[in-house]
Design a protein. Structure first.
Length: 174
């Protein structure tokens, strides 16, 4: 799966995007559906929007700032794993969280996109569900990607356990 500069997934609505931070949740059971954008101004507000979905096996959560014009963090969830993407702006530079310490088997995790498409992502390019939630919280509070997570800008493939580029961003050593 090559990473394209222009994304074709994610919520597209006819109504104008709210200014500030807004979150949209897509769920897949019992059928694929999505709610409206919810303006959020605090972590407590974000958690309140997400609470009804905490037991869902699969979700897609889109946290956009000014409709994505000033950044976004998208988190796709499957079981205990999260596929986390940060955008500087829609169509801008995208970066992906990874589990830099992953040394397990060469396995894929299937994530459903908002359009119902199943994408297989190497487990290396996923973090825990809690890590995905942390990425959302940090973005809401600071407007940027969480430096405590390991990020790679525009990797060549999300189906291999190698970043494939020179813009590897690791968190500082503890």
């Amino acid at each position: 799966m090559a990473i394209e500069g222009s994304k074709t997934v994610g919520p597209r609505r006819a109504d104008p995007a709210p200014s500030g931070f807004a979150v949209n949740v897509i769920w897949f059971t019992p059928v694929r559906a999505g709610g409206p954008y919810h303006p959020v101004t605090s972590v407590a507000g974000l958690l309140a929007v997400l609470e009804p979905y905490r037991d869902h096996e699969r979700l897609a959560v889109f946290l956009n700032r000014d409709g994505g014009d000033n950044g976004a963090v998208w988190v796709h969830l499957t079981g205990d794993r999260a596929w986390v993407t940060h955008f500087t702006e829609m169509g801008g530079i995208d970066s992906y969280c990874r589990d830099a310490g992953y040394g397990g088997p060469d396995e894929m995790v299937g994530f459903l996109l908002d359009n119902g498409q199943l994408d297989d992502i190497h487990r290396y390019w996923t973090v825990t569900r809690a890590g995905g939630l942390q990425a959302l919280k940090y973005f809401l509070l600071h407007g940027e990607r969480d430096p405590g997570l390991s990020w790679v800008e525009q990797p060549q493939s999300l189906q291999d356990a190698e970043p494939g580029d020179a813009t590897d961003r690791r968190p500082p050593s503890q």
